[in-house]
Design a protein around this ligand. Structure first.
Ligand code: GAR
Length: 196
């Protein structure tokens, strides 16, 4: 038994974090959440971590809006290393990570995005899919690189767009798919980690 040590980063409601923690609890994912970190002091994702007794921390992001201040990114690397994290899992983390993080965790940072990338990177991808009159959208898990919602794709799940969909109903349907896909992808990393 060698659970893969995870660090989960998020800025918001944390439903993907919950899905991962529930998969660990149910025994379908051989992983251990070593730390949950948020750049938002009162983000619900931190409450979810506490609910599951997972270590958690607020990381003051500094003065920028779309990325971390370099000292904050260095602190993030330090916290993740200190926690012994092998795989960094972005779950609604709304800041771009730069070379400090990418070089500290090469091919060991994954992100989930609510579209079939390369379509609709960026904010509120489900609204972009609706506006483009797509019939199918979905979610993507990918490795992180320097560009937004861009790195090598690991897995995707399709989600139909229904005629009466609103942004809310569509995002909710995509999130159901996310909550299945993300733990399944992490379980694949966990299997490889077991064998290493
Ligand atoms: C998820 O839908 C995720 O795909 C998206 O933020 C949401 C977070 O939800 N991420 C992005 O758009 C990244 N570009 P959650 O906090 O409930 O897990």
């Amino acid at each position: 038994m060698k659970p893969i040590p995870l660090g989960i980063l998020g800025s918001g409601k944390g439903s993907n974090c919950r899905a991962i923690l529930e998969s660990i609890r149910s025994g379908s994912l051989m992983a251990e959440v070593r730390i949950v970190i948020s750049d938002v002091f009162d983000a619900p994702i931190l409450d979810i971590a506490r609910e599951f007794s997972a270590p958690n921390a607020y990381l003051p992001p500094g003065r920028f809006h779309t990325r971390l201040e370099p000292q904050a990114e260095a602190e993030l690397v330090r916290m993740l290393r200190e926690a012994g994290v092998e795989l960094v899992v972005l779950a609604g983390f709304m800041r771009v990570l730069k070379s400090l993080m990418l070089e500290a965790f090469p091919r060991r940072i994954v992100n989930i995005h609510p579209s079939l990338l390369p379509k609709f990177p960026g904010l509120e991808a489900w609204k972009q899919a609706l506006a483009a009159r797509e019939e199918v959208t979905g979610c993507t898990v990918h490795y992180l690189d320097e560009q937004i919602d861009h790195g090598e794709i690991i897995a995707q799940r399709e989600v139909p767009i229904l005629p009466n969909d609103t942004p809310e109903t569509l995002h909710a349907r995509i999130q159901i798919a996310e909550h299945e896909l993300y733990p399944a992808v992490i379980a694949e990393f966990a299997r490889k980690y077991q064998e290493s």
